[in-house]
Design a protein. Structure first.
Length: 322
């Protein structure tokens, strides 16, 4: 008999509360490993019940192998994440996940983590990395979509960026009155929120584009953490498009894919965030579009770091297997 370690949401929250920079630090390490090609990351497998359901109604398999650049520590694991655009009607988060960490030598599962908070915190950390690189002196932001991820952006960004004076928020479903303040402001429409901000962040479960380039032409930065909010003319009109991984973004069949297929943007014009972080590629003036899809390597690197903390602190449970 041997034990698999189980890390539930409560224990993961305790670990992250005591290590507030862990997720962002590990996200940057994952970007570095990706940039230096120290990973193996098969394309995500998208499981949809049929071709007619919304693109956000799916389950995704995300495996990755990582050879860490700093200490040659190998990591291997998989995230299994399911989402549905109407989960809020059931009192659920849109996306819910598990992460399995495997032993890098035996390949046997070592730990199973509740992946939902990891997924949310990782996505937020990716936004922070993008803002740091592309618009660190932002003064106003719009957050469209106020589920768990939107709330995290709205409540934390003013604390992390002293230059940020106002966050304009909009959601057509979520109630977020409890976080409103002189800095965090509720808007009656997404158009109102966008019109008042220089940086626009989307965290919705939209199933078709509704934001056009004319709405964004005078903005400094878009952080696109959704799949379908922006029309293809936004991609065509942006002065610079930054993504995390070409294959993942192209294979997602999102507005990005449609813009490429229609010849509105070309692969050679796209920059991966690692090139800015580690090759010091310069950013452009005008509207920058940061459109990361999310990579398995990020979740596996973060999960391994959390797992190490759990072993040190005893914040885990045992599950006996043969």
């Amino acid at each position: 008999m041997r034990n698999i370690h189980l890390l539930n949401a409560e224990n993961i929250a305790k670990i992250l509360e005591s290590n507030p920079t862990l997720v962002k630090d590990e996200t940057k390490r994952a970007f570095e490993a990706h940039h230096h090609k120290l990973i193996r990351q098969p394309s995500k497998q998208y499981l949809r019940r049929n071709a007619t359901v919304p693109i956000t109604d799916r389950v995704i398999s995300m495996p990755a192998y990582v050879n860490n650049r700093d200490d040659s520590t190998e990591m291997v694991g998989i995230k299994w994440i399911g989402s549905h655009p109407e989960n809020y009607k059931r009192g659920l988060q849109r996306a819910n996940a598990l992460i399995i960490v495997n032993h890098p030598e035996t390949n046997a599962p070592m730990a199973i983590l509740d992946g939902s908070q990891v997924n949310t915190e990782r996505t937020f950390a990716v936004s922070l990395v993008g803002i740091d690189a592309l618009c660190p002196d932002l003064q106003s932001a719009a957050v469209i979509g106020m589920g768990k991820l939107g709330r995290l952006h709205s409540s934390m960004l003013p604390k992390l960026y002293p230059s940020l004076k106002k966050v304009y928020c909009y959601s057509n479903t979520a109630n977020y009155n409890d976080i409103l303040s002189d800095q965090i402001i509720q808007c009656s429409s997404w158009q109102e929120a966008v019109s008042k901000a220089e940086v626009v962040i989307t965290t919705t479960s939209a199933t078709k584009p509704y934001i056009n380039y004319k709405d964004m032409a005078d903005k400094r930065l878009i952080v696109n953490q959704s799949v379908m909010d922006f029309d293809i003319d936004v991609y065509a009109g942006a002065s610079q498009i930054v993504i995390d991984d070409w294959d993942e973004c192209f294979n997602a069949k999102s507005a990005f894919t449609h813009a490429v297929n229609q010849g509105l943007i070309k692969r050679e014009d796209i920059i991966q965030i690692g090139e800015i972080l580690f090759n010091q590629v310069k950013t452009s003036d005008g509207l920058k579009l940061f459109s990361p899809l999310g990579m398995a390597v990020e979740d596996i690197v973060i999960a391994n770091s959390i797992y190490k903390q759990a072993l040190q602190t005893g914040l885990y449970e045992n599950f006996a297997v043969a």
